[in-house]
Design a protein around this ligand. Structure first.
Ligand code: KE4
Length: 429
């Protein structure tokens, strides 16, 4: 047995499914999860000593690459002063000031420890501010595992084919209205019928949890117009897209000012840190100022904040996103070229430092399109690449991530391996 197999067996004794988050279990692709022991730049090493070029990047946070010196040094420096105080610290002010400076839609912000906490809190705040209960989300979008959001969701739920989780009371789920992504007529009809009951729309402005699906401009405009028209709030869930698709996030790409924004992943640089923020009049409803309660023992943890500040400092350097976007596009252009050369149904697209690969003839526009992808082909591709030292997300329903440490030579190495893997798989018979 390999060390990974031994560890996976051992892990299952006391951890459900052997993992602390379902998508890590390789459930949809099959095989044994790789137990990682070290990361450096674009590389990770597993328990059997095998090196991979990593395109998961801890599901998005590691935009600088693994163990970036500036981040590690900031974490070490903060940790030497103590790990947590349960009291305010100056570093939290620094991060709040920086986030409000980088995202003009955020006038006030609250730090939390996970994206789930951020979206759960933003929804409670939207309901408290509007006095309404209904929440609109879109099929295939994933916003963390708060009860209201586990209705026709993406990511691990989609991966395991159970888009709605057990354990969510019907009374809760009934307040969540789910529509097809990019479907403007459906959105208009819903608001015409129920607009006065809707507290908020929560949306992945670039969906990354049903693989990568971009919001159409008319869909983006309709969400902003209909929420304003009916007194509902627009929540941009930028946990994945925040400082991943660009320095001004998806809202900057779209030219949209959401009422609330949720952030995570990149802003923690690999440490447990997320945030929600937006209009000051809405945020003023939060305890201790207002009636909407939200709290957290480790919220604004000084070590996590140090990692976040160091990361945001690095990505703010001139040319960072131009370089990252160009390298990510080099990767997806390469995938598209291989699909054409080998005459196979393979396409890819990128937005900033995130990308999607599809075993289909065209880029997906919504959840229904994504469900047409050839999952069997993806799974074979995933394992072919894994065996060849390329670590992709272990699901056909996840986006991939490039870091600043992925030099062009690493992208070229990935593409030449991809070409061999696909030629072998498609033309071996
Ligand atoms: P966390 O609670 O996992 O920190 O964040 C939840 C979340 C919220 N919103 C969006 C848009 C997200 O993508 C996520 C989490 N993303 C998944 C990856 N698709 C996390 C990986 C996992 O569940 O292990």
């Amino acid at each position: 047995m390999t060390k990974n197999e031994t560890l996976f067996l051992r892990a299952q004794r006391h951890i459900p499914g052997g993992v602390n988050s379902p998508v890590r279990a390789f459930g949809s692709v099959g095989g044994t999860p790789r137990f990682m022991v070290r990361g450096e730049g674009p590389y990770v090493w597993d328990a059997d000593g095998k090196r991979y070029i990593d395109y998961v990047g801890s599901w998005g946070p590691l935009i600088l690459g693994h163990a970036h010196p500036a981040v590690i040094e900031a974490v070490e420096r903060a940790a030497r002063n103590g790990l947590s105080f349960g009291a305010p610290t100056e570093a939290e002010i620094d991060l709040a000031d920086l986030l409000c400076e980088m995202l003009p839609s955020i006038e006030q912000v609250r730090l939390v420890s996970s994206g789930t906490e951020a979206t759960m809190s933003a929804i409670r705040l939207a309901r408290g501010f509007t006095g309404r209960n209904k929440l609109v989300k879109f099929e295939g979008c994933y916003h963390g595992h708060a009860d209201s959001l586990l209705v026709k969701a993406g990511s691990g739920l989609l991966t395991f084919g159970n888009p709605s989780s057990a354990g969510v009371p019907d009374a809760v789920a009934s307040d969540t209205l789910v529509l097809p992504y990019n479907d403007v007529p459906a959105l208009e009809a819903l608001f015409a019928a129920n607009g006065s009951e809707i507290a908020a729309i929560i949306v992945e402005p670039v969906a990354g949890n049903m693989n990568l699906v971009q919001a159409a401009p008319e869909f983006i405009c309709a969400m902003r117009q209909l929420t304003q028209q009916h007194g509902a709030l627009l929540i941009y869930d930028e946990v994945m897209t925040g400082f991943r698709v660009g320095l001004s996030c998806a809202q900057g790409l779209h030219g949209i000012t959401p009422d609330l924004t949720t952030l995570g992943k990149v802003i923690g640089g690999g440490m447990p840190l997320a945030a929600f923020g937006g209009r000051a009049d809405i945020m003023a409803k939060l305890a201790p100022l207002g009636p909407v309660y939200q709290a957290g023992t480790l919220s604004g943890n000084p070590v996590a904040v140090a990692a976040g500040l160091a990361t945001l400092h690095e990505i703010s350097k001139p040319g960072f996103f131009e370089g990252l976007s160009n390298k990510t596009r080099q990767l997806t252009d390469g995938f598209n070229a291989i699909g054409q050369e080998l005459h196979i149904p393979l396409c890819a697209q990128s937005v900033g430092g995130m990308f999607g690969i599809y075993f289909a003839d065209q880029i997906p526009y919504n959840y229904a399109d994504v469900m047409q992808n050839d999952r069997r082909r993806f799974n074979a591709f995933f394992h072919g690449m894994l065996n060849a030292g390329i670590y992709l997300a272990p699901s056909a329903f996840e986006a991939g991530f490039v870091s600043a440490s992925h030099e062009r030579a690493v992208i070229e190495e990935t593409l030449s391996i991809c070409s061999v893997v696909l030629a072998t798989q498609y033309h071996s018979k």
